[in-house]
Design a protein around this ligand. Structure first.
Ligand code: ZN
Length: 229
C-alpha cells in the first residue's frame, strides 16, 4: 500500500522573532508598515512570496500573530500570508472563530489584497476588520501572480453579510510601499508559484535535498518549529 501523509506543518522562517516590534503599533499606517517590512524580509530571506500579514486585537492593538507566504518552502498552495497569520492567530487565541468572544475582536492587516482563496479564509475566520495595502491589480501587474476570479463586490460583500458579523474593509493603506516590495520580488528572479507557472519560472535547482523535492533555494527557512499543523 502507498504511504499516505498524515499531517503537515507550516512554519515561519527562522529569525521571525527578531522581526517583531518592541512597542505597540496603534495606527493603521504603523501596523501596515510593519507588515510591509515583514514582506520585504521574507523576500530577502528567500522565505517565499512577497506577501505578509498580521492579526491584531482591535481594542488594545496587541499583536496576535504574523504570517508570510510559505507556499514553496512548505510545499503547500494554502500557505499564503493571510492563511498563515489567521491560522496562527486562531491557535494563539484558542478560537477557531475569532468573532466568538464579544469582548475581543480582531483585525487582519495584509500587504496585499486577499486572493480568491484568502477571501474565503477571511470570510470564515471571524476577523471583524481587514486592512489592505496593494490591490490585486498591483499584484498581477508588478509580480505576475494570478489572484483568481475574485468577485467584483468582494469588499462590499464582507462589510454587509447578515446574519454573519460584518467585516470592515479599508483599502490602499501604504499601497505604494507594498508595491515596492512586489517589484523587488519580480526583479529578484524568485519563482511565480501560480499553478502551471512554477516550472517556467524556476530559477534554481530542485532535488538533491531528498525525496520531498524541496529546493535548496528555500531550504534556509525550514528549521523553525513555530507554525501550524
Ligand atoms: Zn491568498
Amino acid at each position: 500500500m502507498m504511504n499516505l501523509t498524515e499531517s503537515f506543518t507550516i512554519s515561519l522562517p527562522c529569525g521571525w522573532k527578531q522581526q517583531l516590534p518592541d512597542h505597540l503599533l496603534l495606527t493603521d499606517e504603523e501596523k501596515m508598515l510593519f507588515v510591509i517590512d515583514l514582506a520585504r524580509w521574507n523576500v530577502q530571506a528567500h522565505g517565499g512570496g512577497p506577501f505578509a500579514a498580521a492579526v491584531f486585537e482591535q481594542k488594545t492593538g496587541q499583536l496576535i500573530s504574523i504570517g508570510v507566504n510559505r507556499v514553496v518552502s512548505g510545499l503547500c498552495s494554502l500557505a499564503h500570508a493571510e492563511a498563515v497569520a489567521l491560522a496562527l492567530a486562531q491557535q494563539t487565541a484558542q478560537q477557531y472563530d475569532l468573532s466568538s468572544k464579544r469582548e475581543r475582536s480582531f483585525e487582519l492587516v495584509t500587504s496585499g489584497q486577499p486572493c480568491i482563496q484568502c477571501f474565503g479564509m477571511v470570510w470564515w475566520s471571524g476577523v471583524r476588520r481587514l486592512v489592505v495595502a496593494a490591490r490585486s491589480t498591483d499584484i498581477e501587474r508588478l509580480a505576475g501572480f494570478d489572484e483568481g476570479p475574485i468577485p467584483s463586490d468582494w469588499a462590499e460583500s464582507l462589510s454587509s453579510r447578515s446574519p454573519l458579523p460584518p467585516v470592515e474593509v479599508l483599502m490602499d493603506v501604504c499601497r505604494e510601499q507594498a508595491c515596492e516590495v512586489l517589484t523587488e520580488y519580480a526583479v529578484s528572479g524568485q519563482p511565480n508559484y501560480s499553478p502551471g507557472r512554477s516550472q517556467a519560472n524556476w530559477g534554481f535547482r530542485i532535488g538533491s535535498t531528498g525525496q520531498s523535492g524541496r529546493s535548496e533555494y528555500f531550504s534556509k527557512g525550514l528549521c523553525c518549529a513555530d507554525g501550524f499543523t
